[in-house]
Design a protein around this ligand. Structure first.
Ligand code: T4K
Length: 403
């Protein structure tokens, strides 16, 4: 354990970890089961195009969520693009800027303008009170994002969308296995989108799913993800190639069998971080509502520099030097990335909470690849740094000055 500042790697000590610790190490599940499934699909010589594993995966996901339709796709970004088209969104769509860039790009890619809305600083999700002022005659929809798997204020968003005749889509990339008012995420809005990217707690290598209770929308999305084919030689919609392949579905089916274990391990990690970071002034973990189902996929620390005396970026620099690759999701906010920062150079004026939060949050390593003793050491480093916050900050600045 490091006991004084000179033990920190950034000030000349040896790194706390010999190997890099990542935030998003994939959960693998039962390797033997996965390999058996891969053997099966090779024996069958059916690798993609709505194969048996994809069909089974869609059915299992729909059952798990209690939703009528699940359409598996090659990744959540393409799934989002397809859902946006299938819902016939045009003009402007209101989204939070505090999200992964894919939410904005999926719109802009189709020449729909993402209109950035500020977040509620407590929930870190789109603030329903800020939406109506952004609605114009060109607005056709709202995309809420359940950031960190903590659902948006779905009731308010549903009310606003209904009142203005807008479509409502949820980017639920983080929220597989989470619930809202006792109902699984996947059942709300016109449709919801999950990501099963390698870094998500359930992964299909790359992959995602569009889920909906709307029969007509589901069949349109199903056609659109397969070039619009409604049978051999018969294309009835514009479409793309959004299909999930069989190896991905094999991984997804295998992961689903270990889902409880993944959630338990994420929850254990979260509880340990919570316990070991407790009482550090100015450094607070986000909270998860224990009355609802949560996947505890993200361990997010919020740093208030006014209290700690050391900034989030300085803490990140120190952790990186220790080989802890903490990430500042979603810095600097979509509105400060291209092409949006060129299109809307003053967007930040309407996004004070987003701008504040993007300076404060830090995602820490978790998942089945992280050991309890590693969490203990990560927390110990954070505590050491924050307890000497102003001194650390000065030392880092003087080191910068002398370089
Ligand atoms: N909407 C939201 C709200 C999202 O958060 C995302 C994706 C999407 C939509 C779009 O979903 P997809 O189209 O991807 O299905 C990562 C993921 O690539 C991205 O899927 C995710 N959100 C985002 C929050 O995180 P990066 O740029 O941080 O990825 P990268 O390569 O830096 O990996 C993160 C960490 O995980 C690194 O420390 C390395 C480690 N890692 C990564 C991979 C791929 C591994 O250990 N093994 C691996 O195989 O975006």
């Amino acid at each position: 354990m490091k006991t004084c500042l000179s033990d920190l790697s950034v000030f000349g000590g040896t790194p706390g970890f010999a190997e890099q610790l990542h935030v998003g190490r994939p959960n693998i599940g039962d390797r033997q089961r996965l390999l058996e499934r891969i053997e099966d699909l090779l024996d069958r010589r059916w690798l993609t195009n709505n194969g048996p594993f994809v069909q089974e995966f869609e059915q299992r996901v729909a059952e798990f969520l209690g939703v009528k339709h699940c359409v598996a796709v090659c990744n959540a970004t393409v799934g989002l693009e397809i859902a946006i088209r299938a819902l016939e969104l045009t003009g402007e769509v209101i989204i939070p800027s505090f999200t992964f860039i894919a939410t904005a790009h999926a719109l802009q890619w189709q020449e729909i303008t993402p209109v950035f809305c500020d977040i509620d600083p407590i929930t870190q999700n789109i603030d329903p009170h800020r939406i109506e002022e952004l609605i114009t005659p060109r607005t056709t929809g709202i995309i809420g994002v359940h950031v960190w798997g903590r659902p948006c204020d779905i009731d308010s968003l549903t009310g606003i969308a209904g009142g203005h005749n807008l479509k409502l889509l949820f980017d639920a990339a983080h929220a597989f296995g989470c619930s809202y008012d006792g109902r699984m995420i996947g059942n709300f809005g016109d449709a919801e989108l999950f990501s099963f990217h390698a870094t998500k707690f359930l992964n299909t290598f790359e992959g995602g799913a569009v889920v909906t209770n709307d029969d007509e929308l589901a069949s349109r999305i199903r056609l659109m993800k397969n070039f619009g084919f409604a049978g051999y030689d018969n294309v009835i919609y514009i479409g793309t190639n959004g299909k999930m392949n069989e190896a991905s579905a094999a991984m997804g089916l295998t992961g689903l069998e270990s889902l409880e274990e993944f959630i338990a391990s994420n929850r254990r990690n979260y509880k340990q971080y919570q316990h070991e970071l407790e009482g550090i002034p100015g450094a607070q973990l986000i909270s998860y509502d224990e009355r609802e189902q949560r996947n505890y996929q993200y361990i997010v620390l919020e740093v208030d520099q006014d209290v700690t005396g050391v900034s989030r970026d300085q803490i990140m620099e120190i952790l990186h030097a220790e080989n802890v690759l903490a990430r500042r999701y979603f810095y600097p906010g979509c509105h400060k990335m291209e092409p949006y920062r060129s299109y809307f150079p003053n967007a930040g004026l309407l996004l004070p909470e987003t701008e504040r939060l993007t300076q404060r949050v830090l995602s820490l390593p978790t998942g089945t690849a992280i050991e309890p003793h590693q969490i203990t050491r990560i927390c110990h480093i954070i505590r050491l740094v924050v307890e000497h916050g102003p001194q650390v900050s000065l030392k880092l600045q003087s080191r910068m000055g002398s370089q």
